[in-house]
Design a protein around this ligand. Structure first.
Ligand SMILES: CC(C)(COP(=O)(O)OP(=O)(O)OC[C@H]1O[C@@H](n2cnc3c(N)ncnc32)[C@H](O)[C@@H]1OP(=O)(O)O)[C@@H](O)C(=O)NCCC(=O)NCCS
Length: 171
């Protein structure tokens, strides 16, 4: 399926299968610490293979230029207040989003986030939540996600945000 809007860079979004993963990792791991490439490959293989999760690749001119991963249900951080935790139980969780540096600021991530949301909706989930260290303002500004709390992962404080797919409900 082609997913370009009038303002976005022309790219195709693939719902990746296990046979697509090696090519994606090859194109995306170019600047990655070699010790982390196996971990990345393992993660993408799981997301492409398991029925409760999805891996999307953005492709342009035959090259994979970005990816997004999402899971139907993820463990909610224990630090969340009860109301927020109950809400997140109903949401899918976006667990990875990256666009190669030379393709940034052209709307590719916007299309990938839209695919997260379409996938979550198709699974009957009521929204999408994410955990991020540095991009909380970006999710708020461009996607109207709402900060629900913080969590500490590997000693680093991160922000938990969520966006609802249900009209006129908060967040
Ligand atoms: C964050 C990231 C995914 C954005 O990808 P992208 O394809 O450049 O994003 P888009 O072009 O779709 O951006 C959507 C809007 O955000 C803006 N934007 C993009 N990156 C931004 C940034 N770092 N700071 C502020 N605004 C930014 C764009 O200009 C665009 O606004 P516009 O529609 O008014 O022009 C990309 O920079 C990236 O891969 N970063 C490293 C990994 C990362 O941080 N992932 C997310 C962590 S959870």
């Amino acid at each position: 399926m082609r997913s370009d809007s009038p303002h976005s860079f022309p790219c195709r979004i693939l719902s990746a299968r296990p046979s697509d993963v090696d090519r994606g990792v090859h194109d995306l791991s170019r600047d990655m610490d070699p010790n982390l490439v196996y971990v990345f490959l393992d993660k993408l293989q799981r997301y492409a293979a398991k029925p409760d999760r999805a891996l999307f690749f953005a492709e342009s001119a035959g090259k994979i230029i970005g990816f997004a991963t999402i899971i139907e249900r993820a463990e909610v951080p224990l630090t969340m207040a009860e109301t927020a935790a109950n809400l997140l139980q109903e949401y899918a969780c976006g667990t990875g989003l990256m666009v190669l540096p030379e393709y940034r600021r052209r709307g590719v991530a916007r299309i990938l986030v839209q695919r997260w949301e379409e996938w979550a909706q198709a699974c009957g989930r009521q929204g999408v939540w994410i955990v991020t260290r540095q991009m909380a303002e970006w999710y708020q500004r461009y996607f109207h996600y709402v900060v629900l709390g913080t969590t500490v992962r590997h000693g680093v404080e991160k922000t938990v945000l969520a966006g609802s797919l249900v009209q006129a409900s908060a967040p």
